[in-house]
Design a protein around this ligand. Structure first.
Ligand SMILES: Cc1ncc(COP(=O)(O)O)c(C=O)c1O
Length: 419
């Protein structure tokens, strides 16, 4: 099922700058792996709360209100992440939070080995490379399958030993656009190393599919506000009760499970709650009779609707729309990863023969289509080098994109590909 044009218009109206870049003018936004459109409600709540002069922890009514907003924000984070236990907290960014989780897990872990995969973002592997040797551990990255561009149990299994202290998993790659089976990998890890701390980078995945921490058997999960319809300058981390109670940096005397450091930015919690309310609305609108559904069920319904809408956009990118051939049909275009894959989540990366991908991104920009180039720099080399790709164009969609926008992108690609 895909959204009706009228419903899509209503959805787009809930976001800022859906059609028009505030600097460039009219444009189609296929940079959703670099960020996402921002919900108007998230901006409104941010402005409202940032204006409060009061601090938390006072007896005055304003302070109590702020603390209620924060408590609601925490509850909404656990709701969206599908976590009935553990702790959630806000940090500077996804990178900062993953670094903190990895570092503390390594020092709290028992064993001599840390593993991750070459599909990962530097946010996890940089922290593992730095802290594993300092803790006297060895760090190993398993290869991903270069055909499917996915990492799974088959790649992790040979590296597993009972001596494994920490493992990291990326939920979805911001380079290939593929999501992985976190629950299966985590179960395999636990079968060999039951006490291993498992940390998951959910930053690319969270806006494109369901997050169900209760089902994963993991110890850490991180998302970023600006990638999830909210705003920059905060990320959200969840830690299991076990990791929450492991030694970590704290104010002396704080309760053992607390990971929050210092005064909270209430506006970030409020912005996150605005995202959760939006997803509940989307879930209700996408369901025939939503009256009996719980908040969590509405969020799961939204995730399903997002997934099927994004699949339609990927199909349009791959197999064409508006009479234009798609990326999978053009002789001079090479798609990164399989054209058909159940792992693909709203994104297609590609190259055009005879064209530098950075130039293609500029051409698309000139035609009012925002994409991004991924190249072998310190962000993406880990994924692109094993694929033997120097650089590629990344077109990353979200559920609010339209087939007309895909057509606009394909018009430029068809021109450059010479068809
Ligand atoms: C998978 C993944 N992990 C980590 C990050 C870093 O997140 P942040 O920008 O919040 O530090 C990104 C950002 O692109 C990402 O896509």
């Amino acid at each position: 099922m895909t959204f009706s044009p009228e419903f899509l218009t209503t959805i787009r109206d809930r976001f800022h700058h859906a059609d028009v870049c505030p600097v460039q003018g009219p444009r189609a936004f296929f940079e959703n792996a670099g960020g996402s459109l921002t919900l108007k409600a998230a901006v409104e709540r941010t402005a409202e709360l940032m204006a409060f002069p009061d601090n938390q922890g006072r007896t005055n009514v304003a302070s109590k209100y702020l603390m209620d907003v924060i408590a609601d924000g925490r509850a909404d984070m656990k709701l969206l992440l599908g976590a009935s236990s553990g702790e959630v907290f806000i940090g500077e960014s996804g990178t900062e939070l993953l670094g903190r989780l990895v570092r503390n897990a390594i020092f709290a872990g028992s064993g001599s080995l840390v593993i991750g995969s070459h599909l990962e973002h530097p946010a996890t592997y940089s922290a593992c490379r730095r802290w594993a040797p300092i803790a006297g551990m060895t760090y190993e990255q398993v290869a991903f399958d270069t055909e499917t561009t996915v990492v799974g149990v088959d790649q992790y299994r040979p590296a597993l030993t009972p001596d494994l202290a920490v493992a990291t998993i990326i939920h979805a790659s911001p380079v290939t656009g593929m999501h992985v089976d976190v629950a299966a990998i985590a179960a395999e890890i636990r079968s060999v190393a039951p006490d291993c701390f498992i940390i998951v980078d959910g930053i690319q995945h969270a806006a494109h599919g369901k997050v169900d921490i209760d089902d994963y058997g993991i110890d850490g999960y991180v998302v970023s506000g600006y990638k999830l319809f909210s705003r920059h300058n905060f990320g959200v981390a969840w830690v299991s009760d076990r990791l929450a109670h492991a030694p970590h940096e704290q104010l002396d005397g704080a309760p053992a499970h607390v990971w929050e450091l210092g005064t909270r930015d209430t506006s970030a919690y409020a912005a996150f709650s605005a995202v959760v309310r939006y997803l509940e609305w989307l879930g209700a609108e996408s369901t025939d009779d939503a009256s009996h559904l719980s908040s969590r069920e509405l969020i799961e319904a939204a995730a399903l609707a997002i997934r099927s809408q994004e699949q339609d956009l990927v199909d349009a990118m791959m197999w064409g729309t508006g009479g234009l051939p798609g990326l999978g049909q053009l002789d001079n275009v090479r798609v990164v990863g399989p054209e058909n894959s159940e792992h693909r989540s709203g994104m297609v990366s590609f190259t055009i023969d005879g064209h530098n991908s950075l130039d293609v991104v500029d051409e698309l920009n000139a035609d009012g289509v925002r994409t991004h180039a991924r190249k072998q720099d310190y962000y993406s080399a880990g994924v692109l080098a094993p694929l033997e790709i120097e650089s590629c164009v990344r077109a990353s969609a979200s559920h609010y994109n339209t087939r007309a926008e895909v057509e606009q992108m394909l018009a430029t690609v068809n021109r450059l590909a010479g068809s």
